[in-house]
Design a protein around this ligand. Structure first.
Ligand code: NAP
Ligand code: F7E
Length: 359
């Protein structure tokens, strides 16, 4: 039985990857942070009600308190578990927030990655343990070619992108210096019903569900022109695993090869709840109007603009398709939006039922 250690197991990708690896027969170990509020919601498919909320351990699934910035904790965990595979998914992953917390973002996303590589090296596990580093399309930032592939030069545009550049290069450096199987998955945006609620896709699908159910009046957004290559997170975690099963340690771009604007994401989400949006005005004055009622339901608020923006990202998944046999278009864009809207419609309905129970 193979052992995997996942940092970031309570996040969107970590929770899907844990389920995927358990199904493959792995013994899964996850690092969770101590928190004053409950942080295991995304693990509810794995944990039963009785097990949730405690540091659960059974034969195949183990949770450990930890933090990637705590060097001694990282060394102890890796030394105790001696994993065959490490997936380093832990990060301060919000680009806008990284402008407010650049130092913290560097500590977690940059130094945190080094801590894991160093622990494996110091513990003499370089032959045994394969390491996956969660790199990102934000490395391409102000894009130097379209579409972006493994050889495209980087130009990050945020403290998050710059911190992740360190993670990318230190992973490559340890591979070249110490002959480690340490690799980067350069993943483009991937979303799901488990996406954090302040990322733009989830913010939109939740708002569409709340607006159609009369629980929210308006959706306030930043840059509507922004273009992204959006895929489904559940498909992307399979690729993380495939990258670590490859014969040779190599970096891979993971993307759909399709690009859509934030505006299109809004239109499609509202279409799935039966609302047609008409746009009027330009720039900060642009508004999304409910065609049937004439109500303004989408507006621009400059507070959601970033000090420097990544205007467009489009990935070329040729290498992952040909070498890993991965299917980049398993879940098409329209289906992704449908899945997210459907889940949020249910979530909002349920919130109402819970509220009524306490009224
Ligand atoms: P996410 O939902 O924000 O999850 C981040 C995870 O990291 C959470 O489990 C979080 O724990 C944990 N974490 C944060 N700081 C930590 C620390 N100091 N020590 C240990 N754990 C820590 O992110 P995601 O969307 O699943 O993304 C997973 C990884 O892929 C991240 O590294 C992200 O930067 C990268 N990535 C994401 C995308 C994307 O589109 N989703 C694309 C490219 C790369 P808490 O639950 O306690 O906060
Ligand atoms: O923004 C624009 C915003 O925050 C997408 C992370 O997972 O993917 C993610 O980073 C775009 C940007 O994701 C709002 O300006 C407009 O252009 O959903 P996002 P992101 O910044 O692309 C990469 C690959 C990662 O690695 C990151 O970890 O949408 N936008 N209006 C908005 N964005 C937000 N959040 N909120 C708005 O109201």
């Amino acid at each position: 039985m193979k052992k995997a250690l996942l940092t970031g197991i309570t996040g969107q990708d970590g929770s899907f990857l844990a389920e995927f690896l358990l199904e493959k027969g792995y013994e899964v170990h996850g690092v969770i942070r101590r928190s004053s509020s409950y942080n295991q919601e995304r693990l509810e498919e794995i944990l039963t009600e009785a097990e949730a909320g405690i540091l659960f351990n059974n034969e195949n699934f183990h949770l450990h308190y930890g933090d990637v910035t705590d060097t001694s904790n990282v060394i102890r965990l890796i030394g105790d578990i001696r994993p065959d595979e490490i997936y380093n998914l832990a990060a301060q992953s919000h680009v806008r927030v990284s402008f407010d917390m650049p130092g913290y973002t560097l500590d977690v996303d940059g130094k945190g990655t080094l801590n894991i590589l160093e622990a494996v090296r110091i513990l003499g596990l370089t032959e045994k343990t394969r390491i996956y580093q969660a790199s990102t399309s934000e490395l391409f930032g102000k894009v130097q070619e379209v579409p972006q592939k493994e050889t495209t030069p980087f130009y990050p545009r945020s403290p998050y992108g710059v911190a992740k550049i360190y993670g990318y290069w230190i992973t490559k450096n340890y591979r070249e210096s110490y002959n480690m199987f340490a690799v980067n998955g350069i993943l483009f945006n991937h979303e799901s019903e488990r996406r954090g609620e302040t990322f733009v896709t989830r913010k939109i699908t939740l708002a569409a569900a709340r607006i159609v159910q009369g629980k929210q009046k308006k959706l306030m957004l930043g840059n509507l022109d922004s273009l992204r290559d959006w895929g489904y997170a559940k498909d992307y975690v399979e690729c993380m695993w495939l990258i670590l099963q490859h014969d040779t340690p190599e970096d891979f771009v993971i993307a759909t090869g399709e690009m859509h604007s934030v505006r299109e994401f809004v239109e499609l989400s509202f279409k799935h709840v039966g609302i047609e949006i008409e746009w009027s005005g330009q720039g900060v004055e642009e508004k999304g109007v409910n065609k049937a009622t004439g109500e303004v339901i989408v507006e621009v608020d400059p507070k959601f603009f970033r000090p420097s923006e990544v205007e467009q990202l489009l990935g070329d998944p040729t290498k992952s398709r040909t070498l890993l046999g991965w299917n980049p278009t398993k879940t098409p864009f329209d289906e992704l939006v449908r899945i997210m809207v459907k889940a949020d419609m249910r979530k909002v309905e349920k919130e109402d039922k819970v509220k009524k129970m306490f009224d």
